[in-house]
Design a protein around this ligand. Structure first.
Ligand code: GRF
Length: 196
């Protein structure tokens, strides 16, 4: 089977990108079904870009600051095209994609959202859980549509927050789960099975 080509889009730290990339290496969960075609960022300062380059992955940066969405996305689409991605994986990518972009790759864009996307959409999902003192929160992996975290849900994973003493701890517990969970969800997608 041909390995599915992932274009991973990031804006910052890139810990999910790194986790996915590691799992595509020999012995990893995605080793037989996926490869990282490119890591793309919309900010040159994104730490994850450096991490990706150090891992030997192709990287591109298409700056979004100070540009209209259409101009930015046209360039991003053109850059991604060069790498022929099968899946576009949003991993901490902090820009909302336009209907034009979504239409071009419909049902081939997935995002990880650090909350239950049916209850909370947008940035700061861990802050939301922490401020409410939730005993547990959820991570959502979903297809990307024209809205913000509104696309069809592929899978949800629970994060136990009992006894979490700070927002940092909530984040750390969540991220630990995100890394494995995202790869577990990507595997059947890359194998062409959809869902978990
Ligand atoms: C993660 O919490 C992810 O769920 C959210 O943004 C954060 C990105 O973290 N969409 P990282 O850049 O993968 O470390």
């Amino acid at each position: 089977m041909r390995k599915r080509r992932l274009a991973i889009l990031i804006s910052g730290r890139g810990s999910n990108m790194e986790a996915i990339a590691r799992e595509t290496q020999p012995g990893g969960m995605l080793a037989d079904c996926a490869e990282v075609a490119v890591v793309a960022a919309n900010r040159a300062e994104a730490v994850g870009l450096r991490v990706a380059a150090e891992m030997g992955l192709p990287t591109v940066c298409v700056p979004s600051r100070g540009r209209g969405r259409e101009e930015f996305e046209r360039e991003l689409l053109a850059e991604l095209e060069r790498f022929s991605p099968d899946w576009i994986v949003l991993a901490g990518f902090m820009r909302v994609l336009s209907p034009l972009f979504v239409a071009r790759h419909r049902n081939r864009i997935v995002n990880i959202h650090p909350a239950d996307a049916r209850e909370y959409q947008g940035a700061h999902g861990y802050e939301w859980a922490w401020e409410r003192g939730l005993a547990a929160t959820w991570i959502t992996v979903h297809y990307v549509d024209e809205g913000v975290d509104t696309g069809e849900i592929i899978a949800l994973r629970r994060v136990d927050l009992a006894g979490a003493a700070s927002l940092d701890e909530v984040r750390a517990r969540g991220l630990r789960i995100e890394h494995g969970f995202f790869c577990q969800v990507l595997r059947p997608l890359c194998l062409g099975r959809g869902g978990l």
